[in-house]
Design a protein around this ligand. Structure first.
Ligand code: PEP
Ligand code: MN
Length: 337
């Protein structure tokens, strides 16, 4: 249920509606819009009767939300969500590029990469300190040392830091260093992690699970918003299909479909999506043309020597060239980079 307040509704009238919702044992979620406030209701088992709210002072309308996802839905919030990441908007007209290595490996590696991607126009630095690796014998990340190096790179370049939190236990530490918490594809349905991160104040980049449908992806995001964190961006990073020539199949269908169903920003990860360095730029360009609000791209100074995902990492030179192309495509659809 969505209770739409009149544009002139007073804060006291909004508070009274919220109180009424709480008195029914349900949760109110006030969603400020450009024209008016809407209050999403969650926690009800069956359908609610709109008449319970329609007569209250300041209420314009009470509408049933037809989708199983509520707070992430465009039905509840028509305008695009713009997430303020320490002064940098994620979502909205400008396309944001996040770039950096798969894993933070050393001081030199992360600083060199950060300077290079900043120079080319990235606004976020990506890099994992806790890595979800398929094999327990592969490099698992530098842990806190990696987080410190990311913070140092931020200090030197002004880039915002996106890094993965793999476990509930690591959340306090990762939150001290990250500007955006990445939830990895393998954890998209780790509901206890989602609930916990949903209570955090930090913006979140939620990656789509390799076998998740768009519905399941939206329901995972709903877990985050249901806990009070509305600063969520979605990331399409490729799904598992029968195809074996590429690492994953980048589902660019998801971009327009998600943009229609949800107000949350949609970011595309062409690196994990196709998994092959020579084809990453093509998919990055396609993602921008399809309407993505951002890209997250793996870049490494010497990809052959990378401790993870070197086969899909661009060199700084290749990234610079990609940025030039991305600007042209973004310009053609009226979006700045
Ligand atoms: C990554 O960003 O390096 C990563 C592990 O991504 P994903 O969770 O999408 O596999
Ligand atoms: Mn990676």
């Amino acid at each position: 249920m969505l209770v739409v307040m009149k544009p002139q509704a007073t804060p006291a009238q909004i508070a009274a509606v919220e109180e009424k919702i709480r008195s029914l044992g349900l949760s109110p979620h006030a969603i400020p819009g450009a024209q008016r406030v809407a209050i999403g209701i969650t926690g009800n088992k069956g359908a609610l009767d709109p008449a319970m709210f329609e007569g209250l002072p300041g209420v314009a309308d009470a509408i049933r939300v037809s989708q199983p996802w509520k707070l992430v839905s465009r039905e509840v919030k028509e305008e695009d969500t713009v997430i303020d990441v320490g002064g940098v908007p994620l979502g909205g007209p400008a396309i944001r590029v996040m770039a950096g290595p798969c894993s933070v490996e050393s001081r030199e590696q992360i600083l060199e990469t950060a300077r290079a991607v900043k120079e080319s126009g990235a606004t976020f630095l990506r890099g994992g300190a806790y890595k979800p690796r398929t094999s327990p014998y592969e490099f698992q990340g530098l842990g806190e040392e990696g987080l410190k190096l990311l913070a140092l790179a931020r200090e030197q370049t002004g880039l915002k830091v996106v890094t993965e939190v793999m476990d509930v236990e690591d959340l306090p530490l990762v939150s001290e260093y990250a500007d955006v918490l990445q939830i990895g594809a393998r954890n998209m349905q780790n509901f206890s992690l989602l609930r916990r991160v949903g209570k955090s104040e930090k913006p979140i980049l939620l990656k789509r699970g390799p076998s998740a449908t768009i519905r399941e992806f939206l329901m995972a995001a709903e877990y985050l918003l249901s806990q009070g964190n509305y600063r969520v961006a979605l990331c399409e990073r490729g799904i598992r299909t029968f195809e074996t020539m590429t690492r994953n199949t980048l589902d660019l269908n998801a971009v327009p479909v998600l943009k229609a169903l949800t107000h949350l920003p949609v970011v595309v990860d062409p690196s994990h999506g196709i998994g092959l360095r020579r084809h990453v730029p093509a998919m990055a360009r396609a993602a921008v043309a399809a309407g993505a609000d951002g890209l997250i791209v793996e870049v490494h100074p010497v990809p052959e020597k990378a401790l993870s995902d070197g086969q899909q990492s661009l060199t700084p030179g290749e990234f610079a060239e990609l940025m030039t192309q991305v600007r042209v495509i973004a310009g053609a659809i009226g979006r700045p980079v």
